[in-house]
Design a protein around this ligand. Structure first.
Ligand code: HEM
Length: 232
């Protein structure tokens, strides 16, 4: 497997395909999270629906982990190749630019990983705000489920947590914006005719995700999404 990744073009393909899978996750995760605007019944039923997937949820989680691992491994190989095998013919300017770009990607990538670890400790394991993790909600069908709705509200009424999410989501979207442009370029899909469209697609998708994710803390801070009487 590692030998397979050592080939530059295959590393680029693995990086692009794993990156596309991660973008798919970001879109799906945002779509689910936006249910917070539809109220506790909808988002809590959605959270329970995910848990009810049982073993399939674990298949999806393992798929996500594999995508993250392949993305990191291929990025390490490509960064290494970039450093050791840069053609002498590269102009100095281009070389400096691509080094800055890859350093920025490395920095935003590490920041995103750190955020995901923190995020899992927050919402999945309840270690960041344990006092709000055990809330329960009774669905209309009588089932008592985990109260994600109130947990999100408690999270985003804490200024430290809100600022850290705003920064992290901004890093995710900056990383994605650069990644889309460079994925098309390194895979050889760059053509003067399409470059502007590719750039627009990258900026557009990153901007939609940025606005979408940040609409959640914004909606909570503005009081559009608020705690329901009697909930925890
Ligand atoms: C406003 C921003 C976000 C909110 C409100 C949010 C909310 C949540 C919640 C409530 C859960 C737990 C679901 C449950 O246990 O039922 C969760 C899980 C998760 N989130 Fe987020 N999220 C946000 C942004 C992100 C971003 C930007 C990423 C990735 C970079 C991300 C990655 C994950 C992952 C990997 C999980 C674990 C999924 C699992 O294995 O079940 N989230 N998120």
């Amino acid at each position: 497997m590692l030998g397979f990744l050592r080939s530059t073009i295959l590393s680029k393909i693995v990086m692009a395909v794993s990156g596309a899978a991660l973008v798919g996750f970001l879109i799906a995760h945002l779509t689910g999270n936006l249910l917070v605007f539809a109220g506790p019944e909808k988002i809590n039923a959605y959270g329970q629906g995910l848990r009810d997937l049982g073993p399939l949820l674990w298949v999806l989680r393992i798929g996500l982990l594999v995508a993250v691992a392949l993305h990191i491994i291929s990025s390490i190989f490509l960064a290494d190749k970039n450093r050791t095998a840069r053609p002498v013919s590269y102009s100095k300017k281009k070389s400096i630019q691509s080094t800055i770009a890859s350093r920025t990607m490395l920095f935003s990538g590490i920041t995103i990983l750190t955020f995901v670890a923190y995020h899992l400790l927050h919402y999945t394991y309840g270690i960041v705000q344990p006092e709000f993790y055990h809330g329960e909600y009774m669905l209309h069908d009588g089932r008592t489920v985990h109260d994600i709705y109130s947990m999100m509200i408690h999270g985003f009424t804490n200024p430290f947590i809100t600022v850290s999410y705003v920064l992290a989501v901004t890093f995710v979207c900056m990383h994605l914006n650069h990644a889309i442009a460079s994925a098309f370029q390194t895979l050889g899909f760059n053509h003067p005719k399409y470059n502007a469209k590719i750039k627009m697609f990258g900026v557009g998708l990153s901007a939609i995700l940025w606005v979408g994710y940040l609409s959640i803390p914004a909606g909570i801070m503005a009081g559009v999404v608020k705690l329901i009487e009697g909930a925890h």
